[in-house]
Design a protein around this ligand. Structure first.
Ligand SMILES: [Zn+2]
Length: 478
């Protein structure tokens, strides 16, 4: 029997003898324990569970069973350009997407990127992904984005945006409202909705109109804020003074704000989506968890875009814990002090990658932890063919610093097995790749070879090696 047939039967599934990180409020870590999935939900968690007849048993021994991870900000449409901008700064990204080439993307290109990105999420154990979709220059593009998300059995949130227009333009059009009625209402908890737009510095605050639409539609808003040189304190103050900061707001990056603005975020109950790999490379500001912790601001994690970075939250967790500690050491060394005990622990970062996301998205009663009654979004990290998953001593540390997406053995979303024994189940990757090939070919033709190559290889500024008063004196044979 193939994997596909076995798992399409609707039979219950039990993970046996795993190290279960429940990520419940008590953060219970249960060794030699089971997780039983029945229908769409988690039925039971504990040792030696008795299960219904015909339950499919998955051996989770020497593995970690944890909630599916949640990415609160990913420009999924950009996955067709995977790795293209590895050497970009934010400036080059803005020029390429906002000024030059973002407008040439057709609906089928949005579709192709979203499908590949959605598959990538499942493969890496990311069971909920926010599609921060700012390439929706027409409603046809938005339809293509949703078609893609609905074709892959993951949990998604469409964050609707359009970098070709001001949010006060696209959000007030009748076809935008019509789209919500047609595509987003009654979608259940597999496809959520947000509005995605930023508030760059200006005195007029034209984004007011878009915030008013969001308020009227009762939709959460997600915004890139604290992006050095683009969205600064001024935008936060405009949002706050006009009453548009609520507990449902998700602030992406928030990497270069003043204490005053962190206080406004903390006081209004919103959360920050931290994309550490992005902030380290692109230049929004220093990855902000070390400051968010000081202000008690809730954190979730995100990957931003695969134009540069990886699409898995193991990388996000690792980069985030490392950047936070790096900063703590740096600040201490500046005071001629030594850090003897880290403040930030691996356990908390695993919570950011799971509960942090479910809380940020208002989905915390549905997913984010392994508790009976919640929807079954479950990941088994296990790899018996390599050395890195053994021994399992410190499970949170293992998830953050040892595991990687190749170790994701089984993934369940909404009770459905979508990956088993390191193989995707019921997902047509070759079809997804063909669609991406067509988009890449179209883009290469549209840009022409010169622009295509130039875009991938920004100029390197001149660098001078420092003078060295010492000279090389080693002589062989002496
Ligand atoms: Zn972004």
């Amino acid at each position: 029997m193939t994997n596909d047939n076995q798992f399409q039967s609707g039979r219950p599934v039990v993970f046996r003898n795993g190290l279960v990180l429940t990520m419940d409020d008590g953060h219970r870590a249960l060794r030699n324990s089971d997780v039983l999935v029945q229908g769409e939900r988690i039925a039971e968690v504990g040792p030696n569970l008795s299960v219904p007849d015909a339950t499919i048993e998955i051996d989770a021994s020497d593995g970690i069973v944890m909630p599916g991870m949640i990415d609160t900000h990913r420009h999924m449409w950009q996955t067709v350009m995977r790795g293209y901008g590895a050497d970009w700064t934010l400036t080059q990204y803005f020029v390429w997407y906002y000024l030059q080439w973002g407008k040439v993307f057709r609906p089928q290109d949005i579709f192709a990127g979203n499908v590949l990105s959605a598959i990538e999420s499942l493969d890496a154990g990311v069971t909920t992904t926010v599609d921060w979709s700012h390439g929706l220059q027409t409603v046809e593009h938005a339809d293509a984005a949703v078609d893609a998300l609905q074709s892959i059995p993951g949990r998604f949130v469409l964050a609707y945006g359009n970098l070709q227009q001001g949010p006060w333009e696209w959000s007030t059009k009748p076809e935008f409202r019509d789209f919500i009625v047609r595509r987003m209402q009654g979608g259940g908890d597999m496809l959520g909705f947000q509005m995605a737009f930023d508030v760059p510095d200006s005195d007029e605050f034209p984004e007011r109109a878009a915030f008013e639409v969001a308020r009227e539609l009762d939709v959460a808003v997600t915004s890139h804020v604290g992006v050095r040189g683009a969205t600064t304190d001024k935008g936060i103050r405009a949002m706050h003074e006009n009453g548009f900061m609520t507990p449902r707001n998700v602030y992406v990056h928030a990497a270069s704000l003043s204490d005053d603005c962190y206080q406004r975020i903390a006081a209004t109950g919103g959360s920050v989506s931290v994309s550490t790999e992005s902030e380290q490379s692109a230049g929004q500001g220093y990855p902000p968890t070390w400051r968010l912790r000081q202000h008690g601001i809730p954190v979730s994690l995100s990957m931003d875009t695969s134009v540069w970075w990886s699409g898995d939250l193991f990388s996000a967790m690792r980069a985030t814990l490392s950047a936070d500690r790096s900063r703590e050491h740096l600040e201490a060394h500046g005071r001629d002090e030594t850090v003897t005990h880290h403040h930030l622990r691996a356990e908390r970062v695993v919570a950011w990658a799971t509960r942090g996301g479910s809380q940020a998205l208002g989905l915390d009663t549905i997913v984010g932890s392994l508790e009976p009654g919640k929807k079954a979004d479950v990941v088994l990290i296990k790899n018996d063919s390599g050395p890195a998953m053994y021994p399992l001593l410190n499970p949170y540390g293992h998830v953050v610093f040892q595991a990687q997406r190749g170790d994701v053995h089984t993934v369940i979303v909404n009770g459905r097995v979508v990956k088993f024994a390191h193989q995707l189940v019921g997902v047509d990757l070759s079809k997804a790749r063909q669609a991406v090939d067509q988009t890449v070919e179209y883009l290469q033709n549209t840009l022409g070879e010169e622009a295509w190559v130039e875009g991938m290889h920004p100029e390197i500024p001149e660098a001078k090696v420092l003078d060295n008063p010492y000279t090389y004196t080693y002589t062989a044979g002496r």
